[in-house]
Design a protein around this ligand. Structure first.
Ligand code: MN
Ligand code: MN
Length: 468
């Protein structure tokens, strides 16, 4: 028996914001599609835990989809697809559109670096007959979260003769793993009185790598010697080769479904690989777009986008200028007409820790992809505050194409804060706003996202690319 709605109820429906869990809006078919896309996502990030691996796996998928390596001497036509790798750690994928380049590019940018423990230049040492690697953490972490977690080692070693060796150890079930030890609770009275930021200090993030001495009873440092002997045999390296290496220790856990209902994903490095993968899949699924599309997968966001593989550098501008030059137009005219989505994650509301998020403005799991007008700290410091016009434009685009979305903000005023690459895109005179997936336990070894939100990020990037 349906009761007739009162005038106030009808008016409320018309005037009030109607925020709703996306599960109550989507068809079973679409929910199934979302879960299917997330299977691809889990498999991909299980193979691509660090930026170099993400680039290598992206090149494989791109080549399969008909992308070829970008050449500035080639004449590109509408529909042509290319990729351009920056130093093995960042990549730009592109499809030439039907419209002129000076009508602007549809650009999305996500980062493929994540918090981790990097090895120092002289990492290996022996202490009381145990061997360790010294590390320097990369990105913002709660250091205590990174102890007693199984770790794997990824990266590259450039040997004295210039030869480069790839390292990936700890992911295969037959591989050994590594870990940072923590003090047993029984003897931790003094440690537990340290402030949380120092419960485990940076110089205490030492990775246990061995305990068995080399068979010889005369020399000293026999455990270290034994490790170097194993590394020499496996990789042909000596101790000094660590100086020219980039080795990253990351959690060895596999991406997994979370919850009895399998509605969520738990994995290392979802900030920002969840946006990087969905952006990648969106461009790979796009054919013959109106506008030229670029998917930027960048490095170094977690340390302020510094360095020549990060978006604080000029590499993206140079790329667009070279592309413009090959079409006989000015790079700055392309940039000024370009629109971008800064594809980065946002903090999902956690009911166990409700204090730092104002839920009316923050984002929560299963409410769709989050559109974040501004990030920053304190008085929006360090934020690219998207214009009302561009927010309006993105809002209309998402609504017109059935993308479930919600607003996001990076915490309550004065709760802390952070930034994204949006500001570096804005520096290029590009209109940009942050669009990304809400994450629980961000920057921890095991981050959690919702499958529906992940799918909605993919859908958002795709409709942006495919807009007529
Ligand atoms: Mn991020
Ligand atoms: Mn981050």
């Amino acid at each position: 028996m349906s009761k007739e709605k009162t005038q106030a109820e009808l008016l409320k429906e018309k005037l009030f914001s109607q925020k709703k869990n996306a599960y109550h809006k989507l068809s079973d078919d679409e929910i199934k599609r979302a879960y299917d896309v997330c299977e691809e996502y889990k498999s991909f990030i299980g193979r691509a835990k660090i930026e170099r691996e993400f680039v290598a796996e992206t090149v494989k998928l791109a080549q399969k989809a008909g992308y070829t390596e970008y050449s500035q001497n080639k004449k590109y036509r509408a529909g042509d697809k290319f990729y351009c790798v920056n130093r093995g750690k960042a990549i730009i994928l592109g499809i030439i559109g039907k419209k002129a380049l000076t009508d602007g590019v549809r650009l999305t940018a996500a980062h493929i670096d994540s918090p981790r423990l990097d090895l120092k230049a002289h990492p290996l040492y022996e202490d009381k007959e145990l061997a360790f690697f010294k590390t320097h953490y990369y990105g913002g972490i709660k250091k205590y979260q990174w102890t007693t977690v199984p770790m794997s080692l990824h990266g590259v070693i450039v040997k004295a003769n210039g030869e480069s060796v790839s390292v990936n150890i700890g992911e295969d079930e037959n591989d050994p793993q590594f870990c940072v030890c923590d003090l047993l609770i029984h003897l931790a009275d003094a440690q537990m009185k340290r402030p949380a930021a120092q419960v485990v200090k940076g110089e205490e993030l030492n990775i246990l790598v061995g305990s068995r001495p080399f068979k010889d009873d005369k020399a000293s440092e026999l455990v270290k010697l034994n490790i170097l002997s194993i590394l020499s045999e496996k990789y042909g390296i000596t101790e000094d080769d660590f100086i020219s290496a980039e080795l990253e220790a990351v959690p060895a856990c596999r991406p997994a479904d979370i919850g009895f209902d399998r509605s969520m994903i738990g994995a290392y490095g979802q900030d920002d690989k969840v946006c990087a993968f969905t952006e990648l899949k969106a461009i790979l699924d796009t054919e013959n777009p109106e506008y030229t599309c670029l998917a930027v997968l960048t490095d170094k966001e977690e340390i302020g986008s510094m360095g020549n593989t990060g978006l604080e550098s000029e590499y993206l501008r140079y790329f667009i200028c070279r592309l413009a030059r090959s079409f006989g137009v000015e790079g700055i005219d392309v940039l000024s007409a370009t629109e971008a989505l800064s594809a980065d994650v946002n903090a999902a509301f956690d009911p166990t820790f409700p204090d730092p998020i104002d839920l009316a403005n923050g984002c929560q799991l299963n409410y769709g992809v989050a559109v974040t007008k501004y990030t920053g700290s304190r008085g929006k410091s360090g934020s690219s505050d998207a214009s009302a016009e561009f927010m309006g434009r993105v809002r209309r685009l998402l609504d017109a194409n059935g993308v479930e979305w919600q607003t996001g903000e990076l915490g309550k005023v004065d709760a802390g804060g952070g930034g994204t690459v949006a500001q570096y895109l804005a520096n290029l005179d590009i209109d940009v706003v942050d669009v990304g997936v809400p994450v629980l336990s961000m920057h921890s070894p095991f981050e959690v996202t919702s499958k529906l939100d992940t799918y909605m990020a993919y859908k958002a990037f795709r409709v942006f690319y495919e807009e007529k």
